[in-house]
Design a protein around this ligand. Structure first.
Ligand SMILES: *Cc1c(COP(=O)(O)O)cnc(C)c1O
Length: 364
């Protein structure tokens, strides 16, 4: 299996768009059954054009990303969808935010004021979701302070409060539960008191909210989620569970073998720190056949990969080399051969789509 000259060079990520669309369709339907609308989040793939186009084909009408550069990529495709900036805006970038995002998530009064000025200058009205910190301790106003934030927003003529939102399971790893969602609903009520109307969106969180929803325990009133990992990888992070009925092999990494040799399993000499500052340990398994593929930690997080060929095991990686134990493979890989890996980890996906060294291609 020598590299096909028609295909982009390796390392190369291949996206199965048919499977991606099926995942998105299933997620949208499941959410709809629970009265929940979805913003599709493609930041794990830097809002790659083929991915976001497939999401829109599957029925996603709102796309979110945390980076303005990625929202710009989405806007360039002219897909006719709403764009949502997921990371709190940098005040210095207010003009770009109102240009590239229809909605942004916010927790700071000064930022709302900067967005209002930028929206006025652009002749626009900018939508905001007021973020409430219900326990994960990343972004959001504390529940007792959200009314004050709403009061600021209400005074700003170019700011339209579209809803309230929260984000869990990111910094604190807190699993979303009914108590958190109830705090969010209380925040919505406080905001409604200030505005004199009920904001339409109550955005309960990210893919970590999946189990709560699917088990039917999501409180009534939570009507929006921002979902990336669930769609892209078919998993939810809090318990690392696969979501039933979802494809978990949408992204495949191909890498070329550059060395195949029998070597001992324990390095020779005193073990100091490796190239990433960790002190490795080794179990002696005798002499084993190993291969090196031309990809490394500069492109990918090796723990988020699963070799597709039985008998292949990833045993380590430095910046540019990934080392495999191929002793148990039925047929020994050859130098120049391409080995494939399913991308199962979010960090691995993020790194691959950020790496300018890894080519991206899609089919289906
Ligand atoms: C990344 C992000 C999401 C999506 O997270 P997934 O775990 O990929 O679903 C949602 N909301 C915010 C604020 C984010 O930063």
């Amino acid at each position: 299996m020598i590299a096909d000259r028609q295909k982009p060079h390796c390392p190369r990520v291949t996206i199965d768009l048919t499977k991606l669309k099926a995942n998105a369709t299933r997620i949208i339907r499941a959410c709809r059954r629970h009265g929940i609308e979805v913003t599709g989040v493609a930041k794990g793939v830097a809002s790659h054009p083929a991915v976001v186009s497939a999401l829109v084909e599957a029925g996603i009408a709102s796309l979110g990303d945390s980076r303005l550069a990625n929202l710009k990529r989405i806007r360039t495709l002219d897909l006719g969808v709403e764009t949502v900036l997921l990371r709190l805006p940098q005040p210095s970038m207010a003009a770009a935010v109102v240009e590239l995002a229809d909605v942004s998530l916010n927790s700071e009064a000064v930022t709302l004021q900067a967005l209002d000025r930028a929206a006025a200058a652009a002749g626009k009205v900018h939508g905001v979701i007021l973020m409430v910190d219900v326990g994960d301790l990343r972004e959001g106003a504390m529940p007792g302070d959200v009314a004050e934030l709403a009061r600021v927003a209400e005074q700003l003529p170019r700011i339209m409060v579209r809803g309230v939102g929260t984000n869990l399971a990111c910094y604190g790893g807190v699993k979303p539960d009914r108590t958190h969602m109830t705090l969010l609903l209380e925040a919505r009520d406080r905001v409604a008191d200030v505005l004199g109307y009920e904001p339409s969106l109550v955005s309960g969180g990210n893919s970590a909210n999946w189990l709560l929803m699917e088990s039917g325990r999501m409180p009534v009133g939570i009507n929006h989620l921002r979902l990336g990992e669930a769609i892209l990888l078919g998993t939810e992070a809090t318990e690392g569970r696969l979501i039933s009925g979802m494809a978990v092999d949408i992204f495949r990494l191909d890498a070329e073998v550059i060395e195949v040799k029998i070597k001992p399993t324990v390095p020779q000499g005193e073990i100091g720190k490796d190239s990433f500052g960790d002190t490795p340990t080794f179990a002696d398994r005798g002499e084993r056949l190993r291969a090196i593929v031309a990809v490394g930690r500069q492109d990918v997080v090796p723990t988020g990969l699963v070799p597709t060929l039985p008998g292949v095991e990833i045993i380590g990686a430095s910046s540019d080399h990934m080392i495999l134990d191929v002793h148990a493979a039925k047929k020994a890989p050859q130098v120049g051969e391409i080995l494939s890996f399913t991308v199962t980890g979010y960090s691995a996906l993020l790194a691959l789509f950020t790496s300018t060294y890894a080519a991206k291609t899609s089919h289906g």
